[in-house]
Design a protein around this ligand. Structure first.
Ligand SMILES: C[S@@+](CC[C@H](N)C(=O)[O-])C[C@H]1O[C@@H](n2cnc3c(N)ncnc32)[C@H](O)[C@@H]1O
Length: 236
């Protein structure tokens, strides 16, 4: 898989590339590259943004700057680029990133992530260059870099070879293996601590009973796609 990240802060991603599962994915052939769109601005003095038409606070990322950076990277009109790869504008109001979307993205051969800053993107970037908008939550970050890292982290751990244990990414919260529900609880040694005993079934060595217990706990924790729905059925 190839991931290109368009950002004003490429240094931030050096930390990401050092993390073990990311290093594993890179060693297995994944490529992550950053494009600093300030380096491709057609404007003077490295300008990438401008004041909003209609007034208001903050600065808006310019459409001509992103046009120029995308063209420099791919050698085609960015309007056409959308036919070849998913170009994701990271925005607070975009499609929420969940396990379903992560699996969808992990199946792609190539992704382009656009990190906004300041007041965000000129809307024409979203309308004409992006295939979609993705949000990592209903809150506002100062920039798209952390959101891009969340997308990379969640997507890369789905790729073969990224995790030490392949099974870790197959049966985890919100995965199809758990029918989209939160994962069951885990325990490790000591089996008793301050009088808090690990559930006996987990010490039984009885695989079928353990699997059933885990399924039941996962069901108790929430319904598919509704983390925190453990209050289902409870009365107020
Ligand atoms: C300060 S925010 C802009 C917020 C925008 N004015 C608004 O109210 O929706 C700057 C950039 O951070 C990124 N960003 C902020 N919150 C995000 C979120 N929850 N998910 C994805 N990207 C986010 C986007 O790229 C955005 O363009």
């Amino acid at each position: 898989m190839e991931i290109d990240i368009f950002t004003l802060f490429p240094d931030w991603f050096e930390w990401l590339a050092e993390q073990r599962h990311v290093r594993n994915a890179l060693a297995a052939g994944t490529r992550i590259e950053c494009v600093n769109f300030r380096e491709h601005t057609p404007l003077g003095a490295g300008q990438v943004d401008d004041t909003p038409f209609g007034g208001g606070a903050g600065m808006v990322l310019r459409v001509d700057v992103l046009d120029s950076a995308l063209r420099a990277r791919y050698g085609v009109d960015p309007v056409r680029l959308r036919e070849d790869r998913r170009v994701i504008a990271l925005t607070p109001g975009g499609r929420p990133l969940d396990d379903e979307l992560v699996c969808e993205l992990a199946a792609e051969p190539a992704l382009t992530l656009l990190c906004g800053r300041y007041e965000g993107f000129d809307e024409r970037i979203i309308e004409h260059f992006a295939t979609e908008q993705v949000s990592i939550g209903r809150y506002v970050l100062s920039g798209g870099e952390l959101a891009a890292m969340v997308v990379c982290d969640t997507v890369l751990r789905k790729l073969p070879g990224a995790l030490g244990h392949e099974k870790s990414a197959i049966e985890e919260s919100f995965s199809p293996a758990l029918e989209g529900r939160p994962e069951y609880p885990h325990y490790t040694r000591p089996a008793e601590y301050r009088g808090w005993r690990v559930p006996e079934v987990l010490l039984s060595g009885h695989h079928e009973r353990i699997a059933r217990w885990r399924r039941e706990r996962s069901h108790e924790r929430g319904s598919p796609g509704a983390p925190g729905a453990e209050r289902d059925g409870e009365e107020d």
